[in-house]
Design a protein around this ligand. Structure first.
Ligand SMILES: Nc1ncnc2c1ncn2[C@@H]1O[C@H](COP(=O)(O)OP(=O)(O)OP(=O)(O)O)[C@@H](O)[C@H]1O
Ligand SMILES: [Mg+2]
Length: 332
């Protein structure tokens, strides 16, 4: 039986991890700095599931998956997971402690960021993503709170709570926690709950780069539903219209990563990284002149299409079928 009470500083899990300061919390878990009593002096991070998410087969397997995927990844820019015994008394994962702060903290202090810093962060995220994708996984939850900036200038990609195997992944929000991550960084296909692929991660890094360069996410707003649906209806404003100080090359990279159709985005994180490292070599695509803004007309057209597909077409086809049958029987 999973414990009914939330974990607290001062508790020791399975006689090994002494929980210290709480350093973060999300929709499903609380994150603690902790001491590993088996390796004296070693500080680790323990992510403990909230009791509400610690029971149920689906919930349990989801949390086990985070650990299983995390342990298969071994890369300097990706959070390292500690191997643990299977017979844990509650659901938690243990990782290295990453010094530094998150990209979200950095953006809270300064936005936009200098272009060179933004390109360097995005390029490192692409390096990590390329490795993850080559190992057959998709991260699916790229956002500034999941990117740690270390004092040595390197990044560490964290939080594999939504990661999946690329081949089997079907993005779903069913049974999702309330704080599944900001809709600011979700790809259109994630919002439509279609099968997700690595192109969803390319969109995520594109959305973060857009925010680093312009100071705002591609589709800003307080209503998550409106923010989510905007990206299905049109393109974000050209980055240089918000920050004329950035280069045309940087703008082009962002817009290629944020194409609405996955096939029109960079084919791989490696290809995006190559452009981020050598923007001077880019042949500009002119995408900035072909953007389709989210207008009221496009919004109305989409609603009309939805009503036609959901109500009018099914009724019309029933009527047509009835008339055909009636005509056929009347001739007999
Ligand atoms: N290994 C780590 N080292 C330092 N800080 C960390 C580490 N892991 C997490 N944190 C901090 O805790 C925050 C939340 O961690 P994480 O993203 O893993 O959980 P979460 O978003 O709450 O996940 P979930 O939605 O699955 O509950 C991070 O944004 C970061 O500030
Ligand atoms: Mg997170």
């Amino acid at each position: 039986m999973p414990p009914a009470l939330k974990a607290k500083p001062g508790q020791t899990l399975d006689g090994r991890f002494l929980l210290g300061e709480e350093i973060g919390h999300g929709g499903m878990s609380t994150i603690f700095k902790a001491l590993d009593l088996q390796n004296p002096g070693e500080t680790v991070v323990v992510k403990v599931r909230l009791p509400a998410f610690s029971s149920g087969v689906g919930a349990w397997s989801m949390f086990e998956r985070e650990e299983a995927i995390g342990r298969q990844l071994d890369h300097p820019l990706i959070l390292k997971f500690l191997p643990l015994a299977q017979d844990k008394r509650r659901s938690y994962v243990v990782t290295e402690h990453v010094p530094g702060r998150t990209l979200a903290d950095r953006l809270g202090e300064q936005r936009p960021l200098p272009e060179s810093e933004a390109l360097s962060i995005a390029s490192q995220i692409c390096t990590a993503l390329d490795y993850i994708h080559e190992h057959g996984f998709v991260h699916y939850d790229l956002n500034p709170a999941n990117v740690m900036l270390c004092p040595d200038g390197g990044i560490r990609l964290i939080d594999f709570g939504l990661a999946h195997a690329a081949e089997t992944a079907r993005f779903t929000l069913s049974g999702a926690p309330p704080a599944i991550g900001s809709s600011d960084y979700l790809a259109p296909e994630q919002i439509k709950r279609k099968r997700g692929r690595k192109s969803a991660d390319i969109y995520g890094v594109g959305a973060m780069l857009y925010e680093m360069l312009t100071g705002q996410p591609p589709f800003p707003g307080d209503d998550p539903l409106a923010v989510a649906s905007a990206r299905l209806l049109g393109d974000p404003p050209a980055p240089r219209s918000l920050n004329p100080g950035i280069s045309r090359q940087a703008e082009d990279i962002v817009l290629r990563a944020l194409r609405r159709h996955p096939n029109e985005r960079y084919a791989s994180a490696g290809a995006m990284k190559a452009d981020l490292e050598h923007p001077e070599r880019i042949a500009l695509s002119g995408l900035c002149d072909r953007l389709q803004p989210v207008t009221r007309r496009r919004r109305s057209l989409r609603i009309a299409r939805y009503i036609a597909a959901t109500f009018i077409l099914p009724v019309a086809s029933q009527v047509a079928l009835f008339l055909l049958l009636w005509h056929h029987l009347a001739r007999k």
